[in-house]
Design a protein around this ligand. Sequence first.
Ligand code: BGC
Length: 722
Amino acid sequence: MHRQKDVNPVYRDLSQPVEKRVDDLLARMTIEEKIGQMCQYSGFNEKHEALLRKGRVGSFLNVTGVENTNKVQKIAVEQSRLGIPLIFGLDVIHGYKTIFPIPLGLASTWDPDAVKKAASIAAKEAASEGTHWTFAPMVDIARDPRWGRIAEGAGEDPYLGSVMAKALVEGFQGANLSHLDTVVACPKHYVAYGGAEGGRDYNTVDVSERVLREVYLPPFKAAVVDGGAGTVMSAFNDLNGIPASANRYTLTNILREEWGFEGFVVSDWNAVGELMSHGIAGTPAEAAKEAVEAGVDMDMCGDIYQKTLDQLVREGKVSEETVDEAVRRILRIKFKLGLFDNPFISPERAGEVILCKEHLDAALELARKSIVLLKNEGNLLPLKTNLDSIAVIGPLADDHEAPLGPWACLGDLENVVTVLEGVKAKVSSNTKVLYAKGCEIEGTGTEGFEEAAEKAKAAEVAIVVVGENRDMSGEAASRSSLDLPGVQEELVKTVLDTGTPVVEVLMNGRPLSISWSAEHVPAILEAWFPGIQAGYAVADVVFGEYNPGGKLPVTFPRTVGQVPIYYNHKNTGRPPSSERFTSRYLDLPYTPLFPFGHGLSYTQFEYSNLRIEPASMKVDGAIKISLDVKNVGDRKGDEVVQLYLRDVVASVTRPVQELKGFKRVTFEPGEKKTVTFTVSSRDLAFVGRDLKWIVEPGTFKVMIGSSSQDIRLTGSFEVEPS
Ligand code: BGC
């Protein structure tokens, strides 16, 4: 093996600034080595090893564990000419081994600090086993629950989505990337991937510049500009005619020039190669040129850069400066992560942190916070722990798999607590717990109904756990129906027909159209996929040890026919009403089944005393909005106080309401607190007629409430020209 003569090169000198180290290293690299940094492969095999020894691999994904990562890193560091360390990436989406609720559940907490903590725990566990980089957070806004990937994001709202995006990035990356407990974040899928037509994954997206900037881009901006994310993943989809992974406008003009992003962009899996299927490239070389010139620095699993870029450079079709710039961005992150100085991982750390008590406690806390009480007629919930008998029924009641969700990373089934286990752990020793599966999640078999009915009949109350299996959401998991799959709704009916009071617990990765249940079942909890502590969290809520305070980050439609349905819609020229010639359906109410922001509690909150100070502001000023909230019930509980605004008259049509602030606050019984929001021009801006951000003078309506529909206080303020 041939080594540089220079025994102490600048790039190895920890005391030198990162930019100097990058420049020094770049100057030593051959074109093949440069392109190597731009190539990422999944897993590790002989072919990869040969490339790695030649310095022709920059990153692996799905190489995990201390032993594996150290083994592969050793080849890079000790056996390639320049010894450039690898960056190991992995989908650490909602936990590494300690699995938290799916991201849609995390968003339901409306608690960015708790979510940040979850991400920092995931980072700590992943980093302890040699992962440097997570392909998260997914910050795609989704207004179409047919799209299975809605499970992976924060739902439909750009404001909530932005708050969550920033929290997750900060949690993963910590204060300093070189710290051993952090991983670099990769907000994805840039951009507008969630706008897939028909909710069909990977499908075409065609959105206006205004919708792109007001709805789809804000969470990315929050992740990159406010959160400081080090990398970004370019998406699979075609965006307004130009695939996202060949889109210079979004990848360079917006991301780098407007936002000042200095990290690197990795393509989604073979998204560079897929430029040929999109039909904007005829050959792999054309695909590579399109992607690299648009601003995709690393080719995930496509092998396209590896095979074509050096020739493109030699022929002058792609400039060496373009390659240098991409490599510079990649190396910059590797230096910031401290990989040159600390390429290996010590085996002790993992044992200390993975699945430790603190992490399990946090997973329980997040799961409890994520649960949304959709309905609670006659205060059926909470149940007493000393009932004589409880039936726990349903295909998800004792399922160890589903609670992990679609992206469970290295989560183990054996660590999952099911609802049945959670209930058994919680009830008194005299309570009989009867269990029946009833049916499968999918399929038509009803043989188990009889047993389910018998068990329900014999019990004082029945908890029925229904929903989706973990593969029904996530990637390539679009559905054309939002109903409960299989015969589960019939199972719920069968149990309800016994006359025993029913609590329905939903586990699913998307809003479901549970209109029948919503009308007939007295109590319904949305638990999403709650992670490994699922059963304890559900039981804590069911038995009132924890008072639910989660809120929906996404609208629940009555049927799939209402999709897309979202709270921040436009008013139209004929707002829906009972009149015929208005924007409505003949065969269905236009209102949602459960609105965005909805979620009940075992206590009640009273809102009063709205103050808006001052009563007007300049376009570049700020205003303070405060109110009093009192817990008027007799239980401790959390309320998510939500602030919505409406720009009443503007030069372009504006949504009927837009979330602009929220606070999750804990109240003791009888406790009253003042909640304050500051609204600044940033919250009032929209994309004007000339497609530039603008704040227009005029009246803004203020709506404060417990959900987007349950508005308790209203007021207004004026914006004056500056
Ligand atoms: C997904 C990404 C993921 C990547 C790597 C792709 O198929 O779209 O979200 O990060 O695979 O696993």
